[in-house]
Design a binder for this molecule. Sequence first.
Ligand SMILES: [Zn+2]
Length: 256
Amino acid sequence: MNNIFDTHAHYDDEAFSEDREELLGLLQTKGVAGVLSCGINLVSSYENLKLAKQYDYIYCAIGIHPENIADERKGDLDLIKELLKTEPKAVAVGEIGLDYYWEENAPRDVQIDLFRRQIEIAKELDLPVIVHDRDAHEDTFNILKEMRPKGVLHCYSGEKEQALQYTKMGFYIGMGGVVTFKNARKAVEVVESIPLDKLLLETDCPYLAPVPHRGERNDSSLIYLVAEKIGEIRGMDPQEVLDITAENAKAFLNVK
Ligand SMILES: [Zn+2]
């Protein structure tokens, strides 16, 4: 299979420290056509930008993740905006959003404030947002409904009804390894019901490797397993799933 477009990776992660160059040098020979590698704070955003400049097929998202709000320094958002304005390979604002799962995360109002300010940047620059929503479905939905950026709900974990509301508003739904997991009832229902032109594939690597690699380090080449599962659910050829979602990704990120 070929034409894999991974719309959510973290190739700056230390899980890739040992063999990053080797792995990224080989991904295209394993069917990978494009990758969006996402920052989680300013330092990580710079690392991903570096990778995007080094490899033709890699693009990057720049932003501050809700679990990393403590890393934010005064002026970071100005720098983020400047990078997005001036760097051609920086094509999205992310990873941003709300995470109410971890108790040690910043208070909800602080998370919401940073989420909103980063959405504002995306809207000003006419760029998409890469949204992380963990146990914060209602607040995330209300903010996106009100502010209406272009965006994707990455590793979507909500119910299919809300997924359909999102796609009606023009948002994309990102699906990855979770859909192959044994307990994936919700993810399977989402894949069954959303319009294919709003579906994006992703890894969230190094995390969430698809079955039969669950628990191992994930990378973009394993997306073929996600395409196989989605093909099974939708009664389609997996290559067709990859082709359609790669086109969706290019349109979404405005890249060729
Ligand atoms: Zn992520």
